[in-house]
Structures are given as C-alpha cells and as structure tokens.
Design a protein around this ligand. Sequence first.
Ligand code: ATP
Ligand code: MG
Length: 200
Amino acid sequence: MPSKIGIFGGTFNPIHLGHLIVADDVLCKFKLDKIIFIPSYLPPHKVIKDTNAKHRYKMVKLAISKNPNFKISPVELNRKGKSYSIDTVKYIQKLYKNKAHIFFILGVDAMQEIHTWKNFNELVDICHFIVVSRPGYDTLHLKKKIAKYLDSTEKVHFMKVTHTNISSTEIRVRIKTGKNIKCLVHSDVEKYIYQHKLYV
Ligand code: ATP
Ligand code: MG
C-alpha cells in the first residue's frame, strides 16, 4: 500500500496547540502514516516582521519532538524566496518517488485564499486537500466560493476538527501585552520564546 503523507504548511509564528490538535485529529481520521510540518520561509501573502524563519523552524521542532508521527522539513527554508506550496508538494512527491498519496492540510481561513495561490488548480489536482474547520470561519460560504475557482473539488475533503480558538496572532499580542501563554503553546515553545525574547 502506498504511504499516506500529510503536509502541514504554515508560518507557525509561533506554532501553537491549535496546530497540534488539528494535526492529531487529521492523522487519526485519514489514517495518515505521518504529517510533515513545513514552516514557510517567506509566505507569499503575509508580511512577517519580527521572527526569523530559523526561530519558527526550531519552535516547530520542539513542539512535535515527542510525537513519532510528526516530522518537520526544512525544504521551504532551504529553498529561500517566496514559499509556494506547489513547489513543496512536488518536492515531497519526488522524495517518495511519486508513490505516496499526499494530503495537504490547511484551515478554512487559508483555503479562502486558494485562488491567489500559484498554480492552484494544478495543486488541487496533484494531491488531496484536507480543509479543517476553524472557529469564526464559515465552511459553507467557502464551499460555494471554491466551486467558482477550482476545476474540480473531487479531492477536496472537509473535516470538522476539535475547535480551539487559538491563533499565532493572539499569542504575539498576549506576549506584547504581558499576558501568559502557558495554556496556548507547548511548554518547550513557551521557554524558547522567553529565552530568545521573541515577540516582545
Ligand atoms: P496567524 O495568526 O499568524 O495567521 P495562525 O494561527 O493562523 O497564525 P498559521 O501558521 O497562519 O497559524 O496557520 C497554519 C495553518 O494552520 C493554516 O492552514 C491555518 O488555517 C491552520 N490553523 C491555525 N490555527 C488553527 C486553528 N486554531 N484551528 C484550525 N486551523 C488552524
Ligand atoms: Mg494564519
């Protein structure tokens, strides 16, 4: 049987428990062999001010270190420049000699922008998409929207995950305003953030 590989991309600025819960739920439901977390170098549609890619990478590594089904890849960091998912998925496919089934994991909020991604129709054609629910984002509206842009939605799967109202934005704001983040991130990530004085 071909392996089933999840790809979970993001800026992870920083990685939080919401990300880990999503990954756990998806791994379980789709019976994936592993999920590869891929921190972006330069997200094409976002400005990252204060945290360099190395810090974001290291925090992901710390957060997933105890889960044998979670891996991390530096492919986007090494490639530098803008991180396009189409390039990353093709790289991972090659790595598995085109024999694995690839599942690209993203939230409803990210999927809303799919029509702005490089070669989005090709991307949805060469791998499966798992679109996970996120509080505050409307899945029904998204379904109607993507039907307009995508040639086919056959490989787009929607999944309701355990809801957490956590975002990296909220964590950055909490740190700036002196609030604790203990219940929102892995304890090693919390330590790392303070050690390196991130987001202050
Ligand atoms: P930011 O606030 O900086 O945008 P974020 O919390 O959205 O950070 P990202 O790194 O942008 O985190 O997200 C990576 C992926 O994880 C995206 O596909 C996003 O939709 C998904 N995601 C992040 N947090 C959640 C959550 N709490 N529930 C469901 N999906 C999530
Ligand atoms: Mg985001």
